[in-house]
Design a protein around this ligand. Structure first.
Ligand code: ADP
Ligand code: MG
Length: 708
């Protein structure tokens, strides 16, 4: 365990010190350049090369002061993690043999990484092999300091030669434009003339596990796949002695302190940290930010959690289900829509107009989520999350919305009589419109089992996987809500009597989409049956979720708002099937390796020792050795079962690997290979409970979870 030095500092002094943020730009850039850049950021104007040159120069000077030797375009290909390619600032040596440090506007705004190794789902094959990165000036550049030195990181989008998105950021930015445009249309109808821009705000709560690095290194399954592929649950309580907890607190607290400091320097507003349900599980939540920045920052949070763990002799596990039988990890994507002058469209508000507006926004969201439940479900699909969704710890694979008692009551009044005349007890908020009800400003009640819950002034999408990028859920949310706003505006812009039309529309949407609202226990079996009656989709695996991306409904939605082309959607479908098959294939191969090289040899050693000691006992005193022989028989039977299951897994993994990439291959991995993996795990986990701890070739669940 590393020595942790106590260090005290003022957060305000270090916050954002490694970020080329607005105040740095204001201070360092010539006035004219700064003004031009603000126009690009705020009004989406084009950046000219001369301005880019000035910015690049200042950015470089600033970065060099922070010790930077290299710069990189930092982007988010469809691998789920970020990618970068480092170039140093040095230019060709001059005649005197010295070098200058240079960085041009061209290098700032455009890069050309070797794109061939990133997934493109056939996009580059059909068009052009190259990929380009383009500076996203709406997310600030930053200097990352680590063992590799200091590097200027420039957030970029990643596209093909013909402009197809090969990343997460491009469609996210497009979806933000879509919701901006449609929300402004809607606000205008309500007489708002002051708001110039509407932005989705996102606050992702990140769950993770921390284990001891020495122990982690003894688990090939964790190293290769991020989760344990074998492992019996420890008898609870036995290992949970108080001193373990004392130690956990010290070590984890020192780790968290370090993580926070790193994040603050990068301008990430790490705010809340606490222990989670499972032992060794924790959570980190930042203060919400604009969707684009929140997505970038969440990547930085994940990178920092992993990097800092190493310094403390720890390992951070971001996998959704590192331990079977122990609660897994997710990410809660808190989402709201806010204007540049501070109006949150999901805040019930205090003026009559705002309340009608709120009810319209709310019912538009009901409509959007009901219509595109399959897309939201898909946005939360990743290989690891298949272990969580539908199990008793995370929302089921059925999308529903929790509104809270009061809002649900308001809706049901609207639906049943067309008029809502009262609201349930609580602090009232006057709507001032006769036909609309009064309701409580704060829905204080919470429902932790809902995948999509209204929590006061935001929605919380609770299905997202812990290691997945939050880009996709936000792309989907922004676009489906943009569509609902757009369709509402189409009606309302033509209405003769706006008040009447908006009332009718709210009632219509509430009535047509009430099936998506569910306030009960989302983890119960009754809900699964009820949801089926209501016709809500229950999509249990990633493989079954993927097709939602490229249905006619999805293509027309995304093309209408310029978020994805059909080709881009089809490429993503292809990539997701490939990813699924590849990840399960890696897990299967890791299992084969561990079972063949570590577990079976250990069991053979154990049985040999057992047999020898039984024979020795017998030869000395002719005692009753039925316990030993019984054990020997039991272990040998399980060993035979293990060997047979291993052979079957080897055979099917080879079959799967030989199949052509695509849906059939993914289905084969899910239905055949995964079943083989379960069949291999079962006898091994039984053996772990029997065989001597000294002989077992890797740390147990108890060692990993309780002894951090
Ligand atoms: P919880 O009770 O679910 O933990 P918190 O109030 O702690 O809720 O918020 C959790 C996350 O939601 C934080 O990241 C927070 O910044 C974010 N959040 C709060 N308000 C909003 C909002 N209006 N829009 C988006 N995210 C928000
Ligand atoms: Mg929460």
């Amino acid at each position: 365990m590393s020595e942790v030095q106590n260090e005290y500092y003022n957060v305000a002094d270090i916050f954002g010190e490694n970020v080329f943020n607005d105040s740095v730009m204001q201070e360092r850039l010539p006035k004219k350049t700064y003004k031009k850049l603000r126009e690009v950021i705020e009004e989406g104007k084009e950046l000219d090369l001369a301005t880019a040159d000035v910015i690049a120069h200042e950015m470089k000077e600033w970065a060099i002061e922070k010790g930077a030797t290299h710069y990189t375009h930092w982007f988010q290909p469809l691998t789920g993690v970020t990618a970068e390619k480092h170039d140093s600032f040095i230019s060709a040596p001059m005649s005197n043999g010295k070098v200058l440090m240079s960085f041009s506007g061209k290098e700032l705004i455009k890069g050309e990484p070797d794109a061939s190794s990133f997934p493109s789902g056939g996009l580059r094959a059909t068009f052009e092999a190259r990929g380009y990165t383009a500076w996203d000036c709406t997310s600030p550049a930053f200097v990352r300091q680590d063992a590799a030195g200091a590097t200027l990181c420039i957030p970029t989008a990643f596209c093909s030669y013909t402009g197809e998105a090969l990343d997460q950021k491009t469609p996210l930015l497009r979806s933000m434009e879509a919701i901006n445009e449609q929300a402004l249309r809607l606000l205008k109808l309500f007489g708002n003339t002051t708001s110039k821009k509407v932005t989705p705000s996102v606050g992702p709560e990140q769950e993770y596990f921390i284990v001891d690095r020495e122990k982690y290194l003894q688990r090939k399954d964790l190293i290769f796949t991020g989760r344990t592929l074998f492992g019996a649950m420890p008898p609870k309580g036995q290992e949970m002695e108080d001193h373990y907890f004392g130690a956990i607190r010290e070590r984890i607290a020192a780790y968290m302190k370090d993580v926070n400091k790193e994040l603050w320097k990068l301008g990430v507003t790490a705010k809340t940290q606490h222990n989670e349900v499972a032992p060794a599980q924790h959570e980190l939540a930042p203060i919400y930010a604009e969707a684009n920045i929140a997505v970038d920052h969440n990547q930085l949070v994940m990178e920092t959690l992993k990097k800092v763990a190493g310094r403390h002799g720890l390992q951070c596990l971001l996998h959704e289900k590192p331990f079977a039988g122990v609660n897994g990890s997710g990410k809660h994507n808190n989402w709201s829509i806010t204007t540049d002058d501070g109006i949150n469209l999901l805040e019930p508000g205090t003026t009559p107009h705002d309340n009608v507006q709120f009810l319209l926004v709310l019912t538009c969201i009901l409509k959007a989520v009901d219509t595109h439940a399959d897309l939201l479900r898909e946005a939360a699909a990743d290989v690891g999350n298949d272990h969580r969704l539908g199990a008793n710890e995370a929302p089921p694979a059925i999308i529903s919305i929790y509104l809270g008692e009061q809002l649900e009551d308001v809706l049901s009044q609207l639906i049943s009589t067309g008029e809502a005349t009262h609201s349930l007890a609580g602090s009232k908020l006057e709507t001032g419109v006769k036909t609309l009800p009064d309701f409580m400003k704060d829905a204080t009640d919470r429902n932790r089992t809902s995948p999509f819950a209204f929590t006061g002034n935001k929605f919380e999408f609770r299905m997202v996987g812990s290691q997945d990028s939050i880009a996709q859920p936000n792309i989907v949310l922004n676009t489906i809500v943009a569509e609902a706003f757009s369709e509402a505006c189409d009606v309302l812009e033509k209405a003769d009597d706006f008040d009447l039309a908006v009332h009718d529309l709210i009632k219509k949407y509430a009535t047509e989409h009430q099936r998506i609202v569910f306030n009960g226990n989302g983890y119960s079996d009754e809900w699964v049956a009820e949801a089926e009656k209501r016709g809500l989709p229950n999509i249990k695996s990633m493989v079954d979720a993927i097709p939602a991306l490229a249905t006619d409904k999805a293509v027309s939605l995304f093309e209408k708002f310029g978020v994805f082309t059909k080709a881009e959607l089809e490429s993503r479908v292809e990539i997701e099937y490939e990813t699924y098959a590849k990840e399960i294939n890696i897990e299967a191969k890791a299992m084969i390796d561990i079972a063949g090289k570590q577990i079976i040899p250990a069991i053979i050693k154990y049985t040999t020792e057992l047999a020898e000691s039984a024979a020795a006992v017998k030869s000395v005193c002719d005692a009753d050795i039925s316990v030993q022989t019984g054990l020997l028989k039991e272990v040998s039977a399980l060993l035979a079962e293990t060997k047979a299951a291993l052979a079957k897994l080897e055979e099917d993994t080879a079959k799967g690997g030989a199949m052509e990439e695509g849906r059939d291959q993914a289905v084969f991995y899910r239905d055949v290979v995964k079943a083989d993996m379960d069949a291999l795990r079962a006898p091994v986990d039984k053996l772990e409970m029997i065989v001597d701890k000294d002989i077992w070739p890797m740390p147990s669940y108890g060692d990993l979870i309780f002894e951090v």
